[in-house]
Design a protein around this ligand. Sequence first.
Ligand code: GAR
Length: 193
Amino acid sequence: MKIAVFASGNGSNFEAIANQIRAENNEAELVLLFCDRKQAFVIERSRQLGIPSYSFSPADFTSKTEYEEAILALLQENQIELIVLAGYMRLIGTTLLMAYQQKILNIHPALLPDFPGLHGIRDAFEAQVSQTGVTIHLVDDGVDTGPIIAQEAVSLEVGETLESLERKIHQVEHRLYPIVIQQFIEELEMSKN
Ligand code: GAR
């Protein structure tokens, strides 16, 4: 099963996924990274891991459709079957949604449906909730609205800071996402047989 990861920034989840897939040594293959920001640190991580990266931004195209058609061509050339969003800070449009129905996963740093959007950790922290967490879900055309596959809660302790909460959330993400991706791939493979 050939996988592409999409990311926009730091790429710590990308690295966790890449390492786990290598360690498992099974049918899954992380073939490429797609990044919409040419200066993002995730590109450096992909270089260090020896995983090819491709980067273009919507600003290089006249429309979102053209942008996504270019991505789709890249994915098809590489026979990608599953897209894994890992900090890809853009909405997926119709072109990719139609081509990869039920085959785009996303991770969000809050317990959806609470705190969707770009700042899930900060929004939960500022709301002073007693717990927040991590959600992995299938992508649909809404903002963090697709069917939920897995969630794990994270408690806010007395004296919790935004930074300590971010660390806790990322630790959960790095452990949970690779496991859920692996299970999802196994289910996809079984449904083929
Ligand atoms: C992660 O916390 C991920 O859940 C979040 O961006 C971060 C990327 O970190 N995604 C979203 O907020 C999507 N709405 P990383 O670049 O270090 O993997």
